[in-house]
Design a protein around this ligand. Structure first.
Ligand code: NDP
Length: 325
């Protein structure tokens, strides 16, 4: 019998809401579960100041929600490693009997036969029967010149992380979804002035949140407008916005620009094993099954119409139960 290190029943890629929910269901079903996370646990919700739409929890910060979920998954026995998964290989098992070395202890495992998946990270390889991809999505950039070089000196994608640096200053929030509306409200409590720049005259986000920022005297809505230029040499000093109706440009002086224009998937690295749609989302239905047997996609990384905390958690449960079967 070969001894192979790093063997799990289920490897979950991503420690956001979907991934950690899957981990909870996996370990509770008695499976050996590894969660791989490239950055910090929690996913997108960690940057949300207040969650008020998760059934059963009236109000909680995104950070506290994510931390509770992480501690719950770890407490139940999931292993979490902070490594970036770079590829998945689907192959026939090289052995019929496997033992794992975990923290120096030899552990007898279920025999793995037939097809297995190998998840390759920047620092290792993990063999498993099932993989659940729960990579969520990454922030969409504005796409204007010098955006990248001004990150950290005026450009931010996270109001709760960086808002405090702009206390008493003027800032712009770009976007018209719930994230932009929540960010604008959060920043209005600390900043002198908050401009909300949105490309249409109707918000995509909830009307309740729109009403909330409209009630703030230091929030100004700049609608039907897009950011076309960032001003300032070593840090942001302002932006140029172009009106989408009359094409006229105007300058807004501000020291910070919070970009909240949605997310993009981050699945290119898996396209050798699972089908992606034209936007890069993993093609999978409500059963979370992908084009490859044994590989599931849960949460915002898959094709779906509603991307919410509740649907991410639901996907985690569905994918884990399917993976256990
Ligand atoms: P959304 O996709 O909901 O909104 C993105 C916004 O950015 C839209 O208003 C869109 O404009 C605009 N936009 C997109 N691309 C560009 C671009 N290139 N230039 C300028 N503007 C652009 O993303 P969010 O991050 O706001 O929300 C994602 C999901 O998370 C949603 O389902 C949301 O409901 C949920 N969420 C829930 C929260 C909560 O419940 N507490 C908190 C935050 C998010 P347009 O409208 O014209 O398409």
């Amino acid at each position: 019998m070969n001894i192979i290190e790093n063997v799990y029943d289920i490897v979950i890629i991503g420690a956001g809401t979907a991934g950690l929910s899957a981990a909870i269901y996996g370990v509770r079903a008695g499976k050996r579960v590894l969660v791989l996370e490239e950055k910090a646990y929690g996913g997108q919700i960690i940057n949300t100041p207040e969650v008020e739409n998760y059934p059963g929890i009236a109000k909680i910060s995104g950070f506290e929600f994510a931390t509770n979920l992480y501690n719950q998954a770890k407490g139940l026995g999931a292993t979490v490693k902070f490594e970036r998964a770079v590829e998945i290989k689907s192959q026939e098992a090289a052995t019929t009997g496997i033992k794992a070395v975990d923290d120096g202890t030899l552990t007898e495992l279920t025999t793995v036969t037939g097809k297995v998946n190998v998840v390759i990270t920047e620092s290792g390889e993990y063999i498993c029967k099932s993989v659940i991809i729960a990579t969520g999505a990454k922030n969409r950039p504005l796409g204007v010149d010098r955006e990248k070089e001004l990150i950290g000196v005026g450009i931010s994608y996270c109001a709760t992380c960086d808002g405090m640096f702009f206390r008493g200053k003027d800032v712009a929030v770009v976007g018209g979804g719930n994230t932009a509306l929540e960010d604008a409200h959060f920043l209005s409590n600390y900043c002198n002035k908050v401009y909300v720049i949105h490309r249409r005259d109707q918000f995509r986000g909830e009307s309740r949140l729109v009403d909330r920022i409209k009630s703030k005297s230091n929030v100004e809505l700049v609608l039907s407008s897009k950011v076309v230029k960032l001003l300032g040499t070593d840090s942001i000093e302002g932006i140029v916005v172009e009106n989408t109706i009359d094409g006229k440009s105007s300058q807004i002086a501000c020291q910070g620009v919070f970009v909240a224009i949605g997310q993009m998937p981050d699945n290119e690295r898996f396209k050798n094993v699972v089908s992606l749609d034209q936007y890069g989302y993993i093609v999978a239905g409500e059963d979370c099954k992908t084009s490859c047997e044994g590989i599931y996609a849960a949460g915002d990384c898959r094709t779906k119409t509603v991307r919410q905390l509740t649907t991410a958690a639901a996907d985690g449960a569905v994918a884990a139960i399917a993976a256990c079967e």
